[in-house]
Design a protein around this ligand. Structure first.
Ligand code: PHE
Ligand code: ZN
Length: 890
């Protein structure tokens, strides 16, 4: 056990840095266990700091300190104090050059933070606080410095030596060594520093900016992966063009590099000019990568590229402002993806993720505001709330201001804060100024945790021909704030009313601000009070309200729709999101009915209105096939658990299967016809049209295999064997491997073994192989996972492998994970304990499913708590795991 419990730090305690570091010169001699890092820092007292003290306190961790000097004069150990996480130098001059030499051991660094080795390559990850594992520094985002970096290494083993900015010098040294010096002219915080040394190949291209500057684009990978870089390169070029067109942002350096690494904690990192990517977010090729994989590469490349402005040119003052760069950048990449593919599909996918995952986070023990007020370990705050809810919050500002004023606000924000470390308030005040409106009521979205609930009731008065909607907003209690103490939210409600002949003209009478569309059938209401009543005039019959079009605010909407209302919305509303949502709600209500029957021991029956609606969808050739696939995909067990008060995993699973099998059986002919009539594209492209067709085709295949008809099992196997792209191959593999039917077993076993045979040399494809097996049903699931952990291809030090196997099991195999014998929980706890010692960030992340223990029945609650408590007793518990455990048990 730790001697002292780690303590929290608070936003309210923010103080400007005592010193500034104008220039940073770094010199690295790469070595697996004794990399020598020498730094020369040009430091001066911060004129804005009010402290009188002349003490300089630098962050530093796991560094073997060799020497410290000031202006060339070596200090002895009476001049400084060395602590576990910092170096204190008592009496420093107003201005000086501090030179420090330290040794670090990248080969022993399994935390993947700081300088580490991934396979044979050296690379760095500094966000959020990893730079302090490289050298002593003011490792905080509001200290911006101009970096010059020299890297020295063996010429044969490490021909490629990279850092931020532009290469300014290189040459050979004795003993087969060589060096490259890089200079980054843009002052940046240490978290954006990067270094790479390896035996890498690259593909190159060039992009000419609006102002006519030619930028070199390079993607560095291992030689075997050179054939998987084209999609990332094309995505990079589209992103660069898009940011010029939509935000007026041009790239600033002469070179933009991406390096792919196998071992990476997150998706990718926006280091200035030298972006380091998880291979899973850069490599793509038809044979090895699914459509979703291609889309992820495009989105992540765009995301990191967009950070060059929203993150790098304008950075964060402190880590409480993380969503300033992440929320805004996710909003930017979402809009980019919407422009590249299908806007509605992208919106539905994002809303789905938010509702299934972020709402759960917001309802659990780790709920926190988009701008947190405190944290113990910042790595725990790279969350769905900061990223995805943060993006929704920016989207609402976009909705409230309109595209034009939003763009002016963004211009103002970049202009005012360029080269600075800013706050969320700086962002919002630029938007307020450009929009000519006060957004103070909007700030609850940043400051309060929890998902607001918006309950809506309607009444229609036939004599006055008035239709009134009453909106009631509340926000549940979250760890640090009681429901009653919460301020109301400014909620934009995009809506319309559907009459029997389609959309009605809206004549609202209300104290709510609203804007009407040109044709009067759509409006955006701006709710600001706990309750509002909005009256619509001249309505001839009770309409069906279409609410929260485009998912206009991240709230839980509650309205008592009848199944027939939902069918009206599904088939007639103009808004794609609302149509999808209505279909989901219909599915939810049908599944809930089945659940109720199961619980009461009654024979369940499936409302035929659902299969009728599904039939209409599957046979309609005019709809976007991708939307049909999304609408025909039943809500996930995760989402069904999220909306339940107490999640009965087994009943949820059975009810969902009953509805799924019912749809499969009653629409077999329609699914088969649609499956056969959709085209096959011999030339794979990851464009919206092809992706849409493949998604619907594979959705049909899923239902057809669910009928357990021998013909369709055989056809799925044929698709598995003949597919020329990974989308179709892995879809066939999944439907066979995840089928609960015993007739599928032989197919499943053959497909899984053939898959490994075929793809064992492709790490990312092997990850898919692990994931499918992690999600397979059956009593023996936990044993299977345990033996897969012993498989030659598994490696607990590789986060992608851990996510693929353990993550997929704990998150996507609820029935087995929540086995009432506790074996699933035990397995996860063992893995977390192991990872705690090697990679605390991943350990804390993997813990997620156990922290949601309050959602389950009392027996499972006890089992889950017992595992959490046993992890808590671990000797040498990391800050990361400590924070998650103690908050979830509080
Ligand atoms: N800043 C990265 C991004 O969102 C994410 C990241 C955070 C990567 C921390 C590594 C470590 O693009
Ligand atoms: Zn980001």
């Amino acid at each position: 056990m730790r001697d002292a419990e780690p303590s929290a730090i608070y936003l309210k305690d923010y103080q400007v840095p005592s010193h500034l570091i104008d220039k940073t010169h770094l010199h690295f001699i790469l070595h697996p266990t004794k990399t020598r890092v020498s730094s020369d820092l040009t430091i001066r007292k911060n004129p804005d700091a009010d402290t009188k003290s002349n003490e300089l306190i630098l962050h530093g961790q796991d560094i073997d300190l060799q020497s410290v000097s000031i202006d060339g004069r070596q200090l002895d150990d009476r001049d400084y104090q060395l602590e576990a996480e910092c170096l204190r130098i008592a009496n420093v001059p107003e201005q000086f050059v501090l030179s420090v030499v330290g040794l670090i051991a990248p080969a022993d660094n399994t935390s993947l933070e700081g300088l580490y080795k991934s396979q044979s390559m050296y690379c760095t990850q500094c966000e959020a606080e990893g730079f302090r594992k490289i050298t002593y520094f003011l490792d905080r985002p509001d200290v911006l410095s101009e970096f010059t970096t020299t890297v020295v290494a063996d010429k044969t083993e490490f021909p490629v030596l990279l850092s931020n900015g532009n290469p300014i010098k290189s040459g050979s040294l004795d003993d087969n060594m060589h060096f490259v010096t890089w200079h980054d002219p843009f002052p940046k915080p240490a978290y954006l520093f990067a270094l790479v040394g390896g035996d890498l190949e690259c593909i190159q291209d060039s992009f000419t900016t609006t102002s006519g500057r030619a930028i070199d684009l390079k993607i560095y990978v291992e030689e075997k992966d050179l054939d998987k870089c084209d999609h990332a390169m094309a995505s990079l070029k589209s992103s660069m063009r898009w940011d010029e067109d939509v935000y007026g942002r041009e790239y600033d350096l002469d070179i933009f590099m991406i390096v792919a690494v196998d071992d990476f904690n997150m998706g990718a990192m926006e280091n200035k000019g030298l972006n380091i990517f998880n291979t899973s977010c850069v490599l793509a090729k038809a044979e090895t990568t699914t459509d979703a994989g291609f889309q992820r590469v495009e989105a992540v490349v765009a995301h990191e590229y967009f950070h060059n402005w929203s993150g790098n040119r304008v950075t964060c003052r402190d880590w409480f402002q993380l969503s300033l760069k992440e929320g805004f950048t996710v909003f930017r990449d979402a809009e980019f993806s919407a422009d590249m593919g299908s806007r509605t599909v992208k919106r539905v996918e994002d809303a789905k993720l938010l509702r299934a995952m972020q709402f759960a986070e917001d309802a659990g023990p780790l709920a926190h505001p988009v701008q947190p007020a405190s944290f113990i370990e910042i790595s725990n705050f790279y969350t769905l709330t900061v990223y995805e809810k943060g993006a929704e919050v920016v989207r609402m500002i976009h909705t409230l201001l309109g595209a034009e004023a939003f763009r002016q606000g963004s211009d103002l924000y970049f202009e005012r804060n360029d080269g600075k470390a800013a706050t969320i308030e700086d962002f919002v005040s630029s938007m307020e100024e450009a929009g000519g409106r006060d957004l103070s009521k909007f700030m609850s979205w940043y400051h309060q945790a929890g998902t607001p609930k918006l309950a809506v009731t309607a009444d229609y008065n036939s004599s006055s021909r008035e239709y009134a909607l009453t909106f009631n907003q509340t926000c549940p209690t979250t760890p640090e704030c009681d429901s009653e103490d919460k301020k109301p939210y400014l909620i934009p409600v995009a809506m319309g009313l559907l009459g029997s002949n389609g959309p009605l003209s809206l004549v609202p009478e209300t104290d709510v601000d609203f804007s009407l569309s040109k044709n009067d059938t759509h409006c955006v209401l701006e709710l600001t009070q706990p309750q509002h009543r909005v009256v619509f005039k001249d309505i001839n019959a009770p309409p069906v309200p279409s609410l929260m079009r485009g998912f206009s605010a991240p709230v839980r909407l509650q309205f008592d729709y009848s199944p027939d209302d939902l069918i009206t919305l599904m088939t007639q509303d103009d808004d794609g999101f609302t149509r999808w949502d209505a279909c989901q709600q219909l599915c939810v209500s049908v599944i809930h009915e089945v659940e109720a029957s199961l619980q009461q021991g009654k024979e369940p029956s499936v409302d035929s209105r659902l299969s009728d609606a599904a039939r209409a969808l599957i046979t309609n050739q005019n709809l976007d096939p991708a939307m049909v696939a999304l609408m025909l995909t039943l809500p996930s067990e995760g989402y069904l658990a999220e909306i339940a008060t107490t999640a009965n995993i087994d009943t949820i699973h059975s009810a969902r299967e009953i509805v799924r099998n019912h749809l499969a059986a009653s629409l077999k002919t329609e699914f088969a016809e649609r499956f056969d009539s959709l085209p096959y594209f011999p030339e794979y492209e990851a464009n919206a049209v092809q992706i849409a067709v493949r998604s619907l085709k594979n959705c049909c295949l899923g239902y057809l295999v669910a009928t357990a008809d021998a013909v369709w099992l055989e056809r799925a196997m044929t698709q598995y064997r003949t597919a020329t792209n990974m989308t179709d191959q892995s879809a066939a593999l999944s439907v066979l491997a995840l089928s609960p039917d015993s007739k599928a077993v032989d197919y499943s076993v053959s497909a899984l073994s053939e898959f490994y045979q075929q793809w064992q040399s492709e790490a990312l494809v092997v990850n898919q192989w692990f994931s499918v097996q992690a999600m397979q049903p059956g009593e023996e699931a936990v044993d299977r996972i345990r033996s897969l952990m012993q498989h030659e291809a598994f490696n607990i030090n590789n986060p992608n492998k851990v996510r693929a196997l353990i993550g997929a099991f704990a998150n996507n195999n609820p029935v087995c994970f929540h086995n009432s014998d506790g074996s699933g929980y035990r397995l996860l706890a063992e893995v977390v304990k192991k990872l705690n010692a090697t990679n605390p960030q991943i350990a804390a992340r993997m813990l997620g499913p156990l922290t949601k223990w309050r959602k389950y029945d009392s027996k499972r609650q006890e089992l889950m708590q017992a595992e959490l408590n046993s992890i808590k007793q671990t000797v040498g518990l990391s800050k990361d795991v400590f924070e998650v455990i103690s908050k979830s048990l509080a």
